[in-house]
Design a protein around this ligand. Structure first.
Ligand code: ZN
Length: 242
């Protein structure tokens, strides 16, 4: 390969990461920065109850630039898409003042129907324009809340629909799909060592209630909502296994 050819960024090596500022999407961002030559991020404002996610997104990105000199040149633009009309349809515990609880459907009230489908379709439209052909998301069906749009089968079908609907060979990568939450911590350690684990603890946000007052060994949050419980449980299992 000539030097010129080596420097050409192929579409396959350019990724768009669905990035919320949470633990999972931060690990996905690290994965993409480790794997691809050019990485951009996209976030969605769909009327969340708390603006903390938006704050954490900016913090995580700037800390990655400061702490990871190998990754910094690969990290490109951030995009924030307003999909408030979608949030208005969902009208669940994340977007209104309803209590977070388990519903008769067996799903938590935080479930926004079809949310990940919408995210990837918007991501593909943006990727089309930005020449980013790899779409990366932190969906997982190992330790999850039963959301049907997190399942691998759903996302494989969506990948095919997006390919057919755009005539572009987009691929959807979900590096966390088969990992437990404990394994996701271990994966972060593998990708970026203690610096990445520390960044995740200090700067990412997972709590459904938007609390950042109390610092636990695994990071900030109320400690009792389903998202905090899952994060804490995974962290403790990872620590116990080290
Ligand atoms: Zn919480």
């Amino acid at each position: 390969m000539t030097a010129r050819a080596a420097s050409v960024v192929t579409p396959q090596s350019a990724a768009l990461v669905l990035f919320s500022g949470g633990q999972d999407s931060t690990v996905c961002l690290a994965y993409a920065l480790n794997t691809c030559d050019r990485v951009e991020t996209v976030g969605f404002d769909y009327g969340q109850r708390h603006g903390i996610e938006m704050h954490c997104r900016a913090r995580v990105r700037s800390e990655i630039v400061h702490r990871f000199p190998d990754w910094a040149p690969r990290l490109g633009s951030d995009h924030l898409l307003d999909i408030a009309s979608f949030g208005a349809i969902g009208d669940t515990a994340l977007t209104s003042d309803a209590e977070i609880e388990m519903l008769a459907s067996g799903l938590p009230s935080t479930f926004v129907p079809g949310r990940n489908l919408v995210f990837f379709v918007y991501g593909a439209a943006l990727g089309y324009r930005r020449n980013l052909r790899v779409l990366v998301g932190g969906m997982c069906e190992t330790d999850y809340s039963g959301y049907p749009d997190c399942r691998d089968a759903t996302l494989r079908a969506l990948e095919q629909a997006i390919q057919l609907g755009t005539e572009i060979p987009f691929s959807i990568l979900t590096p966390l799909m088969w990992l437990t939450k404990a394994e996701t911590w271990a994966f972060a350690q593998e990708l970026g060592g203690d610096a990445l684990v520390d960044l995740i603890i200090e700067e990412t946000h997972t709590c459904y209630k938007g609390e950042r007052g109390r610092r636990h060994p695994w990071g900030y949050g109320c400690g009792t909502c389903p998202a905090c419980e899952l994060r804490a449980k995974g962290f403790n299992a990872w620590q116990a296994a080290r």
